[in-house]
Design a protein. Sequence first.
Length: 207
Amino acid sequence: MAAQSSSFKIILGSSSIARRKILGDMGYEFTIMTADIDEKAIRMEKPDDLVVALAEAKADAIISRLKTMDQYEEDASSKEPTLLITADTVVVYEGTVREKPSDKKEARHFIKGYSGGQASVVGSVVVSNLATGKRTRGWDRNEVYFHDIPDEVIDSLVEEEIMLKVAGGLTIEHPLTLPLIDTVVGSFDSIMGLSKSLAEKLIQEAL
């Protein structure tokens, strides 16, 4: 995949460390921009519609910002197209959509609920070709089943600031979380924030 990246540029529209790592693991080089949108202002009934709408809103915000910079004209007219990749993830627990916890109290409530239970993770990827205006989009759903989560582990997790920055208040790749996962139905990379297979498919379609 790394060889392909020489024919186009990539902007990752995300501040997520996990998404940066996943895209890097795919062999791509990229620059980073963040959208800084009010995610709570966008509401949809279905979680799949919500994550796609949020990823599209992030793309729109970044493109709008790029248009105020000389870089946008350069990217749009370049023989080497620039692709903007944005994504969003939510957790669905007992039919309720969970985004980032608003505070430690909510993070504790979220994590305690997963103990001995199950949650769905719904994630989207949107790829915008800045040269052609073409946009491709998609989403997927994965399931995570947990063992019982001890109170002392919950206490430790809640004290980590990262838990306030991730959907559902929990990262499955965390060393405290990983041993407490019983089963994953789907792909780890998608649950972490960016589906490799979906992103690759949408990149090729956008080109």
